[in-house]
Design a protein around this ligand. Structure first.
Ligand SMILES: [Zn+2]
Length: 461
């Protein structure tokens, strides 16, 4: 039956000769209903077939979402059934064109231009229109040359089918350069305000530079500039856990991470880099890669998950386990966190060589031992401000903690599913306290375990 429908449709399409739109125009609306275009006697011959054809073919776009970020802008079209599509790029000016087959031109699609933020780094505007019968065209006017990547995600969680178009800049931003510029900006601001800390800062950086050749410092000394990668969990299409009141975990994690970064950057011999700076999706392997790109000494992933039991409360700190989980709850959480890429949306056809490399590395055990030490210090500090879910550092197979040579911990700051803890999590004062506690833990870890020199360390000159 379906084969017959398809054949008949193909046959009909030969009779639908609607001129193509002029180049660069997409509002070339074919006002006559597409199905009335074929020869009338054919319509008379198979009315039932056409009815079925029409109802089966047309897909309704339920939602259009745009996630702008410096790294890339994601454009998502969600529908109940998969969309057949083709993507092309056009130059002078730069545009990305997506042709959607058998899609209804709904108001959601027509009003897509209102979803573009003027501050979007890559998309200037979006236009939609019926390009030819059976094809709706979406044109994204770009601000710069880009490398688009399109793929389809199958239904997962609360989502239906998603057609995802990621607009990456042709020249990707360098995270290390961004960090150096960020750091330079902080130093500049300090110098302008005559802040004594800035003098300390330059002194320490000078000391750090001189000590770069030393193998390992004495306990209690911090010899060089320490870089901490802070990883706000979830983001963009992946909201993380959602409380009964509708608070998204991704917003909480970003707020705490930003506060922690500000505190670390104020320390004379430390600097911090965020794995995501706003509300957009970053895959788990990419988070690890970004930590590596900025030569991170530590990786701290911040979360505030829900748990199956609504009354579960308290903070927990996790390190990686290479062989199973230390408790059923730890295993459950790791499994849940590792699903973030399915919800947030990665192109599974692209194999990630970085992830393979990390899994094969043999230095993981030593790194896990350091992660446990770091976790212990942080847990001790958090214990002063919140009830602890478990009084020891737990371990499970969290994918985001798999950097082979960067001590990495994941902090479940509190359970967003617990109404009392949610109240705390959304309170900026409490967020500050949490950031203070995490920083104190990190500092004590480094006091007890001074960092060895690293050949790939980069200093501000
Ligand atoms: Zn989480």
């Amino acid at each position: 039956m379906f084969e017959r429908i398809a054949k008949f449709k193909e046959f009909l399409s030969k009779f639908r000769r609607v001129p193509d739109c002029p180049a660069g125009r997409v509002t070339c609306v074919d006002s006559a209903p597409a199905l009335l275009k074929p020869l009338p006697h054919l319509l008379m011959a198979a009315p039932l077939l056409l009815f079925i054809d029409s109802s089966l073919a047309d897909t309704r776009i339920a939602s259009v979402r745009v996630w702008p970020a410096t790294e890339y802008t994601r454009f998502t079209l969600e529908s109940a059934s998969p969309i057949e599509y083709s993507v092309s790029t056009v130059k002078n000016p730069d545009r990305v064109v997506i042709d959607l087959k058998d899609v209804i031109l709904t108001s959601e699609l027509k009003q897509v231009s209102s979803k573009i933020n003027p501050s979007d780094p890559y998309i200037r505007a979006v236009r939609t229109g019926r390009f030819k019968p059976g094809v709706v065209r979406v044109v994204l006017d770009l601000k710069t040359e880009a490398r688009p990547q399109a793929f389809v995600l199958k239904p997962v969680g609360a989502y239906g089918y998603r057609l995802v178009l990621d607009i990456y800049p042709a020249v990707p931003p360098d995270p290390l350069m961004a960090l150096l510029e960020d750091r330079a900006g902080i130093l500049q601001a300090d110098a302008e305000t005559g802040n004594a800390a800035s003098k300390m800062d330059s002194k320490n950086e000078e000391a750090a530079k001189n000590n770069e050749t030393s193998r390992k410092g004495k306990p209690g000394e911090m010899l060089r500039l320490i870089t901490v990668a802070i990883d706000p969990g979830h983001g963009g299409e992946d909201p993380g856990a959602i409380s009964r009141r509708g608070t998204h975990e991704k917003s909480i994690t970003l707020a705490i991470a930003r506060k922690l970064k500000a505190k670390i950057d104020k320390e004379p011999n430390m600097r911090a880099a965020l794995t995501r700076e706003g509300d957009y999706f970053i895959s788990l392997p990419k988070r690890l890669e970004k930590a590596r790109q900025v030569n991170a000494d530590l990786f701290v992933s911040v979360h505030a998950d829900a748990y199956i039991k609504p009354h579960a409360r308290g903070s927990s700190v996790f390190a990686l386990s290479e062989s199973g989980a230390t408790s059923a709850a730890a295993g459950w959480l790791a499994k849940k966190e590792n699903q973030a890429d399915l919800i947030g949306g990665v192109d599974l056809d692209i194999k990630d060589p970085f992830l393979k490399q990390t899994l094969l590395d043999l230095s993981q055990t030593a790194t896990i031992n350091d992660s446990l030490k770091l976790g212990k210090e942080v847990l001790l500090e958090i214990g002063d401000i919140n009830h602890l879910h478990k009084s020891n550092v737990e371990q499970a197979g969290f994918a985001v903690l798999k950097s082979p040579d960067i001590p990495s911990i994941l902090i479940e700051t509190a359970f967003i599913s617990n109404p009392d803890e949610e109240k705390k999590l959304i309170d900026p004062v409490y967020q500050e306290k949490l950031a203070d506690a995490i920083l104190s833990g990190i500092k004590r870890y480094f006091t007890n375990n001074p960092p060895a020199s690293r050949s790939r360390m980069v200093f501000l000159d």
